[in-house]
Ligand binder design. Structure first.
Ligand SMILES: [Zn+2]
Length: 340
């Protein structure tokens, strides 16, 4: 029996397998229960007691050798199939990986943050579901005042009012309540208004608001900050104009237009055929708003502005329909791949 096992040991170590089937044959022949090893272990029962120890020892060696061989055969088959035996032609040019890209609104948001961060503005965030105080009352919107109707609101609950914020100004209020001036921050975020969906308006959109409160902050600072922003965002040839306007939370207030980059001033549906596009509302923070947040308007002044990220993006990439941003059409989104 010892000779038989010795012969099998040689057989096992010389075994080669060109494919998976041959490996399986090896397993069936030697390792499986009905294979040679199984038979030999059966025979071991009949070996005389004085030989049993020795025979058992070399039989176990054979078992180990067969199992090691089986693993080796398997590995070499897998390695060879991975390296080209499955019809892979390594001389062909590679297929380019399809990589995703950031949404155009995210790209614009990052650019806006980058510009303002260099001017020393922090980035602040706040809740999208807000109460009446932080969204309206603290911002000098008296109750039942028609100004509230400028922003058609989605209410979640009435008395006490809970609503989807109509602007990111709630973050300004929360900042001013918590922090003593100087405050210099921008607040990017999503806002909601109950508006009919069209090429120019949607029921949700994104804003970036900015706030600068300190001693001796004046309108000149506001103008210079936003002029710098427009040049950085659209190039140094951009034209900018301030138009007097009304907001409850700023006094004086101004809307800011830039020359329409889509039609270059000829007139299109985005600029309503005027050659100018409004990009932001702005003004000096109303003394009542400062008071509401516990800041003394005699000591501190501030400016605030707010702009729609969609509008900025439309001008930046010359997109003429706001709805494209939320339709999830891959053909549209793929056009904003970064150039590597
Ligand atoms: Zn235009």
């Amino acid at each position: 029996m010892e000779e038989k096992i010795q012969a099998l040991l040689n057989e096992v170590s010389a075994y080669t397998a060109p494919d998976k089937q041959a490996v399986e044959n090896f397993r069936m022949k030697y390792i499986s229960k009905k294979g040679t090893l199984g038979e030999l272990f059966e025979e071991l029962k009949n070996v005389p007691v004085e030989q049993k120890k020795n025979v058992g020892k070399i039989l176990n060696e054979l078992k180990k050798a067969a199992e090691t061989k089986f693993n080796e055969l398997n590995e070499s088959i897998e390695a060879s199939s991975a390296s080209g035996d499955i019809g892979l032609d390594l001389t062909l040019p590679p297929v380019a990986n399809k990589i995703g890209n950031l949404h155009p609104l995210t790209q614009t948001r990052s650019r806006i943050i980058e510009i303002f961060e260099r001017l020393g503005f922090n980035v602040a965030d706040g809740p999208e579901i807000e109460d009446d105080w932080h969204n309206f009352s603290a911002l000098n919107f008296p109750e039942n005042h028609p100004a509230r109707e400028m922003q058609d609101t989605f209410f979640i609950e009435k008395n006490p009012d809970l609503l989807l914020r109509t602007h990111t100004s709630n973050v300004q209020i929360r900042m001013m309540q918590k922090q003593k001036p100087p405050i210099r921050a921008i607040m990017p975020g999503r806002v909601y208004r109950n508006e009919a969906i069209s090429a120019r308006a949607h029921c949700f959109f994104h804003q970036v608001e900015g706030l600068y409160v300190d001693k001796n902050v004046g309108f000149a600072d506001l103008k210079q900050t936003l002029y710098h922003f427009a040049k950085e965002m659209y190039g140094k040839d951009i034209k900018i104009r301030f138009r007097p306007s009304y907001f409850p939370f700023t006094e004086p207030s101004a809307e800011i237009d830039v020359s329409c980059l889509i039609c270059k001033g000829k007139g299109c549906n985005v600029c309503k055929y005027s050659g100018w596009v409004e990009i932001a509302g702005s003004g000096m923070v109303h003394p009542n708003v400062l008071k509401n947040c516990g800041i003394d308007p005699e000591e501190f002044t501030g400016f605030a502005f707010g702009m729609g990220i969609e509008r900025v993006t439309m001008l930046r990439y010359q997109i003429n329909d706001l709805r494209l941003f939320s339709e999830n059409d891959i053909r549209f989104l793929r056009q904003f791949q970064p150039v590597i």
